[in-house]
Design a protein around this ligand. Structure first.
Ligand code: 13P
Length: 249
């Protein structure tokens, strides 16, 4: 039985004042059954870890470097994330693939570094609108999965997030049938490559314009084990009903 999971990706939002939202979330979510992971900006990691230390909420990074240390100005290693209080890291987000030209091979190398440091990885895949309209969605997702997911992936060290690029921050959500098709495909791909035990224990999250108003429908889709949420994770007011919908699913 896979534990449901709600991940909040704060992206490049929030200074110290935003920790009040995390405080409110921690106070409200003591009884949540779903696993909750909040990924704030790197500058907030250690303070966020402090805020949630008496709760079941975990803290994660949004990226790491593939190397353990060295001359990489402005970058952060997986060990540094762990040292700051993170237990997980998002890797391969489409904004990093687009803004920093991260290839799936680079994502795969980062995943290995994160595992080495003892971090769980939330690995993102998803097609652009052009790719969807060309009928390439499953090919794109398959290629991203193949190169971004190293051998050694397990249900403990890996969570996968399907985030169609055209749905991120746009308010546009795929039909429930479209979500089901991709999630069923990902589960089948994992089974083929890693075997049934790994595939059945790995959480598959949907991400892209998840809001309190659509969360329950999305969580009812087959092979959706939770959500990776951007905008609606920034306030406790919006994120709490999403977690409640997940707990009720
Ligand atoms: P939104 O929920 O703001 O669409 O962002 C989704 C996302 O990119 C989470 O990683």
């Amino acid at each position: 039985m896979r534990q449901k999971m709600a991940v909040g990706n704060w992206k490049m939002n929030g200074t110290g004042a935003a920790l009040a939202e995390l405080q409110a979330l921690a106070a409200a979510q003591g009884a949540a059954r779903a696993e909750i992971l909040i990924c704030p900006a790197a500058t907030l990691l250690s303070r966020a870890a402090d805020v949630v230390k008496d709760s079941s909420i975990a803290i994660g990074g949004q990226n790491c470097h593939a190397a353990t240390a060295g001359a990489h100005t402005g970058d952060i290693s997986a060990e540094m994330l762990k040292d700051a209080g993170a237990s997980a890291v998002i890797l391969g987000h489409s904004e990093r693939r687009a803004d920093h030209a991260e290839s799936s091979e680079e994502v795969g190398a980062k995943v290995c570094a994160a595992w080495e440091a003892g971090l769980m990885t939330v690995i993102c895949v998803g097609e652009t609108l052009t790719e969807r309209e060309a009928g390439d969605t499953l090919n794109v997702v398959a290629a991203q999965l193949k190169a971004s997911l190293p051998d050694g992936a397990t249900g403990e060290n890996t969570v996968l997030a399907y985030e169609p690029v055209w749905s991120i921050g746009t308010g546009k959500v795929p039909s429930l049938a479209q979500i089901a098709k991709v999630h069923n495909f990902i589960r089948a791909e994992l089974t083929t490559r890693f075997g049934a035990e790994m595939a059945e224990s790995t959480r598959l999250l949907y991400g892209g314009s998840v809001k309190p108003g659509n969360a329950a429908q999305i969580f009812a889709v087959s092979n959706v084990d939770g959500a990776l949420v951007g905008g609606a994770s920034l306030t406790a007011e919006e994120f709490i009903p999403i977690i409640s919908a997940l707990d009720a699913s």
